[in-house]
Design a protein around this ligand. Structure first.
Ligand code: ATP
Length: 446
């Protein structure tokens, strides 16, 4: 739907998130921990809905995908084989005057962006967070918090293949936490040291990888559009060859146009056979595929190529927030803040509101609330005027509000449904309420 506001500034999003309970600074009462955030009551509903939408579309609704959940802690050799122990680095420069540190590839000038001081030459800084397992902090017990969820999938390739009897092409997806000791953070939850990823490793026959790379790129672009993200805010950016990660033959990023410029929303990489080969070499266990369809016995065994669509949950959530935010001037002269969330990700689907806190209205509204919440995530609110309550629901992106009034009690046993985006209202008998709501919110569930 057409929006009034072209772009929203970060401080408005941060303030809305705190005020309404989407996102809080972590450990705030102790002054906070830099670039670490907690999700509040509405934030966690939004996050769960994003995860669920991803899981349903890319795992449950597809015959060629399965899910997995692997541990954050892995054998240290995993990171040697994957190349992360050696090459998962960013170029770090430090200001000789104020000692602030920056990623060399994130700044244009040769002088410190903060104080103008001279910078040290870049040195490589490993992004993996270390920890120690067991009571003695010696090098033998050193482990890493995973910097990506992908490796848990690669090391389980043979397990999943044997357990599911899947044939190529097929993929394994997982959602879980990853950790990176990022040099520069900032822009709220855009880049944090602890974050959540939704990753797919899609295994294909070598030679078909470029086609599949394109296919997954198109699928994800469409997924964001289907969830309501504005097309002119999204773009695809193929990586130049010097930008590619050590494992990648080609990578395309889907980027979003934030208030501060274009930023990566997700990456779709063609990782070739790099990871499966590396783990075969380091573990001594063959991670390959036996292809029944190939006649020639010499060609039957091969290592699949893999296409990896990797998306951050927190990054996606930030994009949905930015994209949904709008401020609209009302005829009354007021401004309403509204989040135009797609119904499938909106934290609260329906609000049930009695016209007032009248003692006759409240029991009936409670009855309607019990009915609606049996099917949808619903909020009941009877505090303050009905106008203010509509505004409160608009601000958290609730798609529909159901109002119980005296006509409900005295005349028609019907209620009013108000649409968040158009503010149009229709009257519906309570006997048809659930079906009508289902049709508006999600045609699939009715
Ligand atoms: P960059 O080059 O910006 O550091 P990257 O290209 O290394 O990022 P990937 O390894 O491709 O990022 O990670 C896949 C996705 O995981 C990213 O597109 C993003 O959505 C998410 N992600 C990666 N790092 C972070 C982080 N520090 N905070 C939040 N999300 C992240």
């Amino acid at each position: 739907m057409a929006r009034t506001l072209d772009r929203v500034e970060m401080d408005k999003i941060v303030s809305l998130c705190k005020r309404r309970g989407f996102i809080f600074q972590s450990s705030e009462i102790y002054g906070g921990l830099a670039s670490t955030y907690d999700y509040g009551p509405l934030g966690i509903e939004l996050k769960r809905n994003i995860r669920d939408a991803w899981w349903r579309t890319f795992i449950q609704d597809r015959d060629d995908m399965v899910g997995i959940e692997t541990a954050i802690l892995m054998h240290p050799q995993v990171w040697v084989a994957s190349g992360h122990a050696g090459t998962f680095t960013d170029p770090l420069v430090e200001c000789k005057a104020c000692h602030h540190r920056f990623r060399a590839d994130h700044i244009d000038s040769k002088a410190c962006p903060d104080c103008g001081g001279a910078l040290t030459p870049p040195r490589n800084f490993n992004l993996m967070l270390k920890t120690f397992l067991g009571p003695v902090e010696d090098t033998a017990s050193q482990a890493y918090l995973r910097p990506e969820t992908a490796q848990g999938i690669f090391v389980n390739f043979q397990n999943v293949l044997t357990a599911t009897r899947k044939r190529l092409p097929f993929g394994i997806g997982q959602i879980g936490k990853s950790f990176r000791n990022e040099i520069t953070t900032g822009n709220f939850t855009f880049r944090t040291r602890e974050f959540e990823q939704m990753e797919i490793e899609f295994f294909v026959k070598p030679g078909t990888d470029e086609e599949w790379h394109q296919h997954w790129t198109d699928l994800f672009m469409q997924w964001f559009l289907d969830l309501g993200v504005r097309p002119d805010r999204l773009r695809l950016r193929p990586h130049a060859s010097e930008e590619l990660s050590h494992y990648s033959k080609a990578t395309s990023d889907i980027e979003y146009s934030f208030a501060w410029g274009w930023g990566e929303l997700m990456g779709i990489a063609n990782r070739t056979d790099f990871d499966l080969k590396a783990h075969t070499e380091h573990s001594g266990v063959r991670l390959d595929y036996f292809d029944d369809d190939i006649e020639d016995p010499a060609q039957k065994h091969y290592v699949p190529y893999v296409v990896e669509p990797a998306l951050g949950v927190d990054r996606a959530l930030l994009v949905f927030l930015f994209d949904a935010y709008d401020e609209e001037a009302l005829e009354s002269g007021d401004t309403r803040v509204v989040l135009h969330f797609h119904p499938s990700i909106a934290p609260i689907k329906v609000a049930v509101l009695p016209l007032s806190r009248n003692e006759r209205l409240v029991p009936k509204a409670r009855e309607v609330y019990d009915l609606v919440r049996s099917r949808f995530v619903t909020q009941y609110d009877d505090a303050q005027s009905i106008g203010r309550r509509y505004r409160r629901q608009d601000e958290i992106g609730t798609p529909l509000a159901v109002t119980v009034d005296f006509q409900t009690l005295d005349e028609d046993n019907a209620v009013t449904i108000r649409d968040r985006d158009t503010m149009q209202q229709v009257r519906v008998p309570i006997s048809e309420l659930l079906d009508t709501l289902a049709e508006w919110l999600n045609p699939r569930s009715s």
